[in-house]
Design a binder for this molecule. Structure first.
Ligand code: GLY
Length: 421
């Protein structure tokens, strides 16, 4: 796989003469000839001399050591920080973010090979194992792929695999063949019951497909993958606008499959581009290409990447919605930036076009003091300045466990180039 995104990153922004010289050299030599082995060697040798990714990872280790000590005492899973500045834990009944924290611990195990992280990840994910049977929520892909999925990849523990398959079966029950999608939200309870929806499908749901692709690989049964492909195709048809930004919610008629409405729930307006939604789409279609090698998914991922690039602020960290009306006086969404960085690193491995500059810009910003917390601050989350949902008045300008998860994933992808091809 290609690694020439790694030629420019200076996470601490320390510019040495040597680095500038190398940068110039590599910019001219790598960009047009991305697949040449010599370029890859040059890129790899450069990153060896600029080990700021290790600095960022070692910072993350220190921060999560503190957080894990506290979480173990409380026997709860960190999610964010509440308005009083206290830790806000995941809801033990079910929380779409509960898989990210053990997922981050799995990434630290991958990075350090220290069993303490494996043991911690195993015990935190066990807290929600029973949720593998839930058929009332589409977020099982997020929850179980990021936790048990990473755990299985790193340990080969077959009990973890069994949990993933049970969760994939539960998720599959939400697929409606008339629509060609998995239903995102049930509409008979919660705030969703106040909207006039019948079968809402949100762009975030693209992130649940990885669990289904993996379930087909693990079992040899194509039924999971067929659902994932149908969902990706229907979403491709209905979720995107001319400019390749996406709606957040498409509501379908569950009997005919026709589109009833195109809306947003978490963005600024129905016709706006909610930043994390664009990030989910980018990541989701990149994963679809990984498993299918279908060019239309790669094409869509590249179109989304272009939208994100064309509309980015100077430091590459998106505002919470690309069309929010008070930009630049709007909150950033660091979680969107971390998801985008991780997805672009994988995408970069599949394309002739280089995403190196965009990746470097985002990771460089995230690792700077503007977005990375000092050790012992920020309730021991790694990153600051994310947004949950402004329209719901939730989690505005706070740390979020999923921002940390995708940031760690991006750093490891950047460093180790471990993405499967
Ligand atoms: N899936 C929920 C979110 O991205 O906020």
């Amino acid at each position: 796989m290609n690694k020439n995104y790694s030629y420019k990153l200076q996470l601490s922004y320390v510019g040495t003469i040597k680095f500038i010289f190398l940068l110039t050299l590599l910019l001219t030599s790598c960009k047009e000839n991305k697949d040449k082995v010599s370029d890859k060697i040059e890129a790899n040798s450069t990153i060896d001399e600029n080990i700021d990714v290790d600095q960022a990872l070692s910072n993350a280790v220190k921060q999560l050591e503190l957080q894990t000590e506290y979480a173990m005492k409380e026997n709860r899973i960190p999610r964010t920080v509440n308005p009083e500045g206290e830790m806000h834990w995941t809801n033990p009944k079910f929380d779409w973010t509960e898989g990210f924290y053990p997922g981050s611990l799995w990434y630290l195990y991958k990075y350090s090979k220290d069993d303490k992280w494996k043991n911690a990840a195993t015990s935190f994910q066990a807290m929600f194992e029973e949720h593998k049977n839930l058929t009332t929520n589409h977020d099982l892909g997020f929850v179980f792929n990021c936790s048990y999925g990473n755990g299985y990849d790193l340990t080969g523990n077959e009990d973890f695999m069994a949990v993933m398959i049970t969760a994939a079966n539960a998720l599959s029950t939400r697929f409606n063949p008339n629509v060609g999608c998995i239903k995102s939200w049930d509409v008979d309870r919660g705030w969703q019951s106040e909207r006039n929806w019948m079968f809402p499908v949100i762009i975030d749901n693209m992130m649940n497909l990885e669990l289904l692709f993996k379930a087909s690989e693990l079992t040899g049964d194509t039924k999971y993958k067929e659902i994932a492909i149908a969902h990706a195709n229907t979403t491709l048809k209905n979720h995107f606008r001319e400019d390749n930004s996406s709606y957040h919610v498409i509501d379908y008629d569950p009997n005919t499959g026709s589109v009833r409405n195109k809306e947003t729930a978490q963005g600024f307006a129905h016709e706006s581009a909610w930043a994390r939604g664009q990030a989910w789409g980018l990541y989701g279609y990149t994963v679809c290409y990984r498993y299918t090698k279908d060019e239309k998914y790669l094409d869509q991922a590249q179109k989304i990447a272009k939208f994100i690039y064309d509309n980015r602020p100077a430091d590459g960290i998106p505002y919470w919605d690309y069309n929010a009306d008070k930009i630049p006086n709007e909150p950033r969404d660091v979680s969107a930036a971390a998801i985008i960085a991780s997805a672009l690193i994988e995408l970069d491995g599949y394309t002739k076009e280089s995403y190196g500059a965009q990746i470097d810009e985002i990771l460089g910003s995230l690792a700077s003091e503007a977005y990375t917390a000092k050790i012992g601050e920020n309730n021991d989350f790694i990153l600051k300045h994310s947004v949950g949902s402004i329209p719901h008045g939730n989690e505005i300008d706070v740390p979020l466990n999923y921002a940390d998860y995708y940031y760690l994933e991006a750093l490891l992808r950047y460093k180790d180039d471990y993405v499967k091809n």
